[in-house]
Design a protein around this ligand. Structure first.
Ligand code: NG1
Ligand code: ZN
Length: 555
């Protein structure tokens, strides 16, 4: 790093000192905090994004959002060249520069890192970063901070993509780096045309009329509302009514996180919606859950969560693969990835379909990494974040198989199955979970099957479950193993949890430190709601006993 570059960083630093007492870390979803303390962090992430672009000689994304958090929070995360999350190897550097308390320290950290990573400032390509943000009022000033960070690396280009959903930005970054069409309009066109293709391929005689006429979408008063309105204009076989499109407060009593955790109707929904197919997006439209309002139950809903979306996708993909009936030369590997929060009934059901299920730790980057190991890897968190990944080799095989079939038996069921899978691979976001593309795939599959939301929900019945949070002196005192299902520390706690679980038929429970809040999360499942509540409470008491009084630090 030359002196000129150093002085550019030092000059920009003056406007972005770290607020007193702030300690930030790049968690499962980037940096997240009260927006008031985030400018200095976003400025530094701008620098990081520019360095990442120089290192990879590719376009990088920088998204300003705090997803489902309250409106006063904000956050920032980086999209890698593939459109996926920032490589985990760079997270410690992100933490270090975010907390650098003087310009000298910042320059020193950057200098050392640039050397270690062998980053050249005079490579063939200058840094190029695409910036996106959600609808939070703090987004604009944070965008400015990001630009200043990027511009403090000489020669960098920052392009403002305006208001976008998180998955749109990731999609655009991926497309840019693959040399594909990469504007927002291209995104809408690809989604709508592949959706149309799936609808055109619905077998004659399917009872698609039974799916129900209309879908009502709760957009969490977030960025998804406007985007869904735009997408809607390009779809003619789908009636969508968008609610919570900005008239209320972002994520307050609305949105996928609220609906999934509270299992009650969001604002703007009620008794007049009984039986109708409804869906909720989160604040940045990367999570999706479905629900319906049953009759006479107050504000309660029947939740159709990420696990059930996963199950629907798995059934459809498996059906197409078996129609395609692979020849001897190629056996596509289909796998499902879940976390310990997946309802046990969903896992049983998917295994019973004959599919392999793998578990990873919480956080989509872990699920994504595991799903990439398959020809078709389907992953979902119960909270509604997930997607389907197709391997390049499988897609090439599918293209060849399709043209083969089209010359030998055009219009055959086999060829239609190949075309359906190709359409799914274009509709579904290959970079990250995307509520809008998942929504279109759910709608296409329901019409294909001729299923109502009620019929879909009846695939299996969720085991009653309960999630609790326990505040502790030090959440790092809990460490886990086996995809977070076993607590290794503090010593002895897993044994007493096991003894509790043994008291309940179909009991299952685990604890883990949250990556986004200062709490230990407790999850419990059992054969009745009372039993699940009681198991969760007992385990929460054990956590409190072991850690609540500050004993945890020594564990
Ligand atoms: P933490 O706070 O680490 O449990 C939560 C969600 C994750 C993921 C992240 C990122 C649960 C139980 N946990 O993580 O699945 O979505 O937020 O937003 O829903
Ligand atoms: Zn989100």
């Amino acid at each position: 790093m030359n002196a000129n570059q150093e002085s550019l960083i030092v000059a920009a630093y003056a406007k972005f000192p770290v607020p007193q007492g702030a300690k930030l870390s790049y968690g499962t979803s980037g940096f997240r905090a009260d927006a008031l303390i985030l400018e200095s962090t976003v400025f530094r992430v701008g620098i990081l994004a520019a360095l990442r672009s120089l290192k990879t000689q590719s376009v990088i994304g920088l998204m300003i959002t705090a997803s489902h958090n309250q409106v006063s929070d904000n956050g920032v995360k980086v999209a890698d060249p593939s459109g996926g999350m920032l490589t985990q190897g760079w997270e410690p550097f992100a933490d270090a520069i975010a907390n650098a308390a003087t310009p000298e320290e910042l320059v020193k950290l950057i200098g050392e890192f640039v050397k270690k990573e062998n980053i050249s400032f005079d490579g063939p390509k200058q840094a190029e970063i695409l910036l996106g943000r959600d609808t939070r009022p703090s987004g604009e000033s944070l965008l400015e901070a990001a630009k200043q960070g990027i511009n403090s690396i000489a020669g960098s280009l920052a392009t403002d993509m305006g208001l976008v959903t998180t998955p749109q930005l990731h999609w655009i970054v991926r497309a840019r780096n693959k040399g594909l069409k990469a504007t927002e309009l291209d995104y809408f066109e690809q989604l709508s045309s592949s959706f149309r293709c799936l609808i055109d391929l619905i077998p004659n005689g399917s009872k698609s009329g039974e799916t129900g006429d209309k879908l009502i979408v709760d957009s969490a008063n977030g960025v998804g509302a406007e985007k869904l309105e735009n997408l809607k204009k390009m779809l003619d076989s789908l009636v969508i009514e968008v609610r919570n499109s900005g008239e209320g407060i972002l994520n307050e009593g609305v949105g996928a996180d609220y609906v999934q955790k509270e299992k009650v109707v969001p604002e703007g929904f009620g008794p007049t919606d009984v039986g109708i197919r409804c869906a909720s997006l989160d604040g940045d439209a990367d999570r999706l859950v479905y629900f319906y309002v049953p009759s006479d139950t107050g504000n309660k809903i029947v939740l159709v969560d990420g696990d059930k979306i996963l199950t629907l996708f798995a059934i459809f993909v498996k059906e197409q693969l078996s129609i395609l009936d692979s020849d001897d030369s190629y056996h596509p590997r289909l796998g499902v990835v879940q976390t310990a929060y997946a309802n046990g009934a969903s896992t049983d059901y998917i295994k019973q379909l004959g599919l392999q299920v793998v578990f990873t730790a919480t956080g989509v980057k872990h699920l994504h990494e595991e799903a990439e190991k398959y020809d078709i890897g389907i992953y979902f968190e119960a909270n509604g974040h997930g997607t389907i990944l197709f391997s390049e080799s499988f897609l090439s095989w599918l293209e060849i198989r399709n043209s083969d079939l089209s010359s030998k038996s055009k219009g055959s069921e086999q060829q239609k199955a190949a075309l359906r899978l190709l359409a799914v691979s274009k509709l579904i976001n290959q970079a990250v979970g995307d509520a809008l593309s998942c929504l279109l795939l759910v709608e296409a599959i329901l019409q294909h099957m001729g299923w109502s939301i009620q019929k879909w929900n009846e695939l299996y019945q969720d085991l009653p479950s309960r999630q609790l949070k326990v505040k502790v002196a030090d959440r790092t005192a809990v460490t886990t193993a086996n995809a977070e299902t076993v607590a290794v520390k503090p010593p002895g706690i897993q044994e007493v949890i096991n003894a509790e679980i043994a008291k309940y038929p179909r009991g299952r429970s685990f604890i883990r430190p949250s990556g986004t809040e200062d709490v230990i999360r407790v999850y419990a499942e059992a054969s009745t709601q009372e039993a699940a509540d009681s198991l969760a409470n007992s385990v929460a008491k054990l956590v409190d006993k072991y850690l609540g009084l500050g004993l945890g630090g020594s564990g």
